[in-house]
Ligand binder design. Structure first.
Ligand SMILES: Nc1ncnc2c1ncn2[C@@H]1O[C@H](COP(=O)(O)OP(=O)(O)OP(=O)(O)O)[C@@H](O)[C@H]1O
Ligand SMILES: [Mg+2]
Length: 249
């Protein structure tokens, strides 16, 4: 028998604390964001909300380059609703939110992603989003030359956001370089244990009868890793909506 869910009172206390922490946090497009969670846990929606904060539609200078590798119609529809337009089109020239469709064989997608990262380094002031990190990196240990260079030499010039479904498939470099780590819902025991090594409070959002209200399955734990902002503690957010409401713009 194993049960990772902290009692509701602990959750509520951590949530209350999260609000006080959030006031001092400054999110910037140049940071590195790592998101971890099972399919459907809310990573893409969180990314869209975060990007909309960091790269407003009238953003001057900073652009978001969202690299799509999934070709999943609901995600593409959602990206359009959030103002993303396919790069290279006239519509895209009018918005800082560019959608880059990476298509082809697995190897071609990886190579194209590295090229996009190199291009972003040339331009600078680009927040690169790899919604499906595992699709764009060379292996679990190596992100590839283009992305690694953007991570290491692009500090302050290039922002990076990577989403992954499985911790075991996560290249170390995504976590080791992250400024902000968010842990969403997980179901596999091994994955949960990895998440708990990162965050001792981590619990999957299983509905519990003794909790009132039931936790939203899209709740997540968030922490700043590089001491840039916040106080280095984990905060539990019951939903992206509550997290958004706490962030100063
Ligand atoms: N806080 C929330 N409240 C309500 N619905 C949510 C919330 N977060 C996400 N959802 C919805 O849950 C569904 C899955 O979310 P999302 O696509 O962001 O998950 P994901 O982690 O990116 O999944 P995948 O790994 O398969 O890409 C979407 O329909 C999304 O709109
Ligand atoms: Mg997604």
């Amino acid at each position: 028998m194993w049960d990772f869910t902290p009692p509701g009172s602990v959750r509520r206390e951590l949530t209350r604390r999260a609000y006080s922490i959030a006031r001092v946090i400054v999110y910037e497009p140049s940071m590195r964001y790592a998101l971890l969670g099972k399919t459907g846990s809310g990573k893409t929606l969180f990314s869209l909300v975060l990007v909309s904060l960091l790269i407003p539609m009238d953003s001057v200078g900073w652009e978001c380059w969202w690299c799509d590798t999934k070709d999943y119609a609901p995600d593409l529809d959602e990206l359009h609703r959030w103002g993303f337009r396919e790069r290279g089109t006239k519509a895209a020239s009018l918005t800082p939110r560019k959608l880059i469709l990476l298509r082809g064989t697995d190897a071609e997608v990886v190579e194209a992603a590295q090229a996009v990262a190199r291009e972003a380094m040339e331009r600078t002031a680009v927040l690169l989003v790899f919604d499906e990190w595992a699709h764009v990196v060379v292996s679990t240990q190596r992100a590839g030359q283009g992305i690694e260079r953007a991570q290491k030499s692009g500090r302050g010039k290039i922002g990076l956001l990577g989403g992954v479904q499985e911790p075991v498939l996560t290249p170390r470099v995504l976590f080791s370089q992250a400024s902000v780590l968010a842990l969403f819902n997980l179901t596999h025991r091994g994955d949960i244990e990895i998440a708990q090594k990162l965050c001792p409070y981590y619990a999957p959002n299983w509905p519990k009868e003794d909790e009132d209200p039931l936790p939203d399955p899209h709740g997540f734990w968030l922490k700043w890793l590089d001491g840039h902002s916040g106080d280095g503690r984990w905060a539990y957010w019951p939903s992206v909506q509550e997290w958004r409401a706490s962030v100063r713009t």
